[in-house]
Design a protein around this ligand. Structure first.
Ligand code: SF4
Ligand code: SF4
Length: 416
């Protein structure tokens, strides 16, 4: 059997010196203390596959799909092994040889590629959630059959019944004396799940006299498909989005989602060398960076009488090297002060589809984050990724910790 995709990473794999430094930082290893659940073990398994000592078994699939892509191993590896790239290549190899599953394939081809069916499907899921899931007692027999239960608490599911964010705003939002013009890459989490973040982005940009273009035809960034190993659909979405955004005369393309930002800036170029993708990627900027570097955002602020702490999204800090600008915003908006929490940059356990397929492991990782948030004794936990915030709310609810979880830009919008 040949494994061409993985073989392209043979050199990267051979750079692992088996030192084990990744064991100290890998969240899945820390929970399970299992050598096959850490970067070193996962790399060894990928090597065994290339050398035909191991097939693409369900056990291999499990070790690869339980990697959260938190990049803690990459940041702490003395040899700079790109473990994250090897994991994504392993996923792509599994998908190529075995497919991604019929339901996932249907969703990729018929729903995500088209865009518009997403709104209807998620609305239906939202209705079912409200009518059937929410009223269920967590200790009922039916609940015990559900995958999303941890510590006898049901997973927090956001309201999916609202109309999508993209349908609520015009494509162009002007202002009287514009100082600049940006396009807004919204992303699925804000479009369908946490629209308050999108509302805050609009308010903050308008307040700073920035005109906004929100193309209605924009699609998913492709991250969930990339995580499934479906590079074809990811590339299809990347090219569609690049085509839409590259036509716009704007100073930058902003996003308020750390994962969308990393995918567009850091992953598209790994699946294809393409000029239009490059032009799209280089113009994309995280909203925190844009606000801090391009506006006089502190002017006209009424700081909140709240103590705030911050969780670094893995895909923002280690994925894009951004950790200062969110803190600069939080220090400006909190009159009661900003407080650092313990292990602020430790993964919250979300990982997109990771938390869908491996909820109990993901909840255990999130419980540690919830404890650190509680110990910081703040009124608000802020972050800069809608996915992290959703997962943190779930963990706070499960651990009965009464602290608000908000996006940095929501807090800035509230301070104006
Ligand atoms: S830290 Fe890097 S070199 Fe050391 S075992 Fe982990 S992946 Fe290999
Ligand atoms: S990316 Fe995170 S979860 Fe995956 S191997 Fe590295 S440290 Fe572990």
């Amino acid at each position: 059997m040949t494994y061409k995709i993985l073989q392209n990473y043979s050199n990267e794999i051979s750079r692992c010196i088996k030192c084990g430094a990744c064991r100290a930082v890998c969240p899945t290893f820390k929970e399970l203390l299992d050598e096959s659940m850490v970067a070193r073990g996962r790399i060894s398994l990928a090597k065994a596959v290339i050398e035909n000592r191991l097939e693409l078994t369900s056990g291999f699939d499990n070790r690869i799909s339980t990697c959260i892509d938190c990049k803690a191993c990459v940041a702490n590896c003395p040899n700079g092994v790109k473990v994250d790239d090897v994991i994504l290549a392993s996923k792509a190899q599994i998908a190529k040889n075995r497919g991604i599953g019929s339901i996932e394939n249907f969703i990729a081809k018929q729903v995500v590629r088209r865009g518009w069916p997403m709104a209807y499907i998620l609305k239906a899921v939202g209705m079912i959630s409200k009518r059937i899931y929410e009223p269920l007692e967590p200790d009922s027999i039916l609940s015990s059959l559900l995958p999303f239960i941890a510590n006898k608490k049901k997973r927090f599911i956001p309201d999916l019944t609202e109309s999508p964010f993209l349908s609520r705003y015009p494509e162009i939002i002007t202002c009287e004396r514009p100082k600049g013009r940006v396009a807004f890459f919204v992303g699925c989490a804000i479009n369908f799940m946490d629209q308050r973040i999108g509302d805050a982005v609009i308010k903050v940009l308008k307040k700073n006299n920035i005109e906004i273009i929100i193309p209605k035809a924009q699609l998913c960034c492709g991250r969930p498909l990339l995580s499934l190993g479906d590079r074809d659909t990811t590339l299809y979405l990347a090219k569609k989005n690049a085509g839409i955004f590259s036509r716009l005369k704007v100073d930058a393309i902003v996003t308020a989602c750390a994962t969308c930002g990393l995918t567009i800036k850091g992953e598209y170029n790994k699946i294809a060398k393409d000029k239009s993708l490059e032009n799209f990627s280089v113009r994309l900027i995280d909203i925190n960076e844009f606000i801090v570097n391009n506006t006089d955002f502190k002017k006209g602020l009424n700081p909140l009488e709240k103590k705030v702490t911050y969780h670094d999204p893995c895909h923002l800090k280690r994925g894009q090297g951004i950790d200062k600008s969110p803190r600069e915003i939080l220090k400006a908006v909190s009159s009661d002060g900003f407080v650092e929490m313990k292990e602020a940059d430790a993964c919250c356990g979300f990982g997109g589809l990771f938390s869908f397929y491996h909820y109990s492991l993901s909840a255990r990782i999130a419980d540690k984050k919830a404890q650190n948030i509680s110990d910081a004794k703040s009124d608000i936990i802020a972050s800069a990724c809608p996915g992290c915030l959703m997962h943190i709310r779930d963990a706070l609810n499960r651990n009965e910790i009464n602290i608000d979880a908000k996006h940095t830009i929501e807090l800035l919008a509230e301070s104006y």
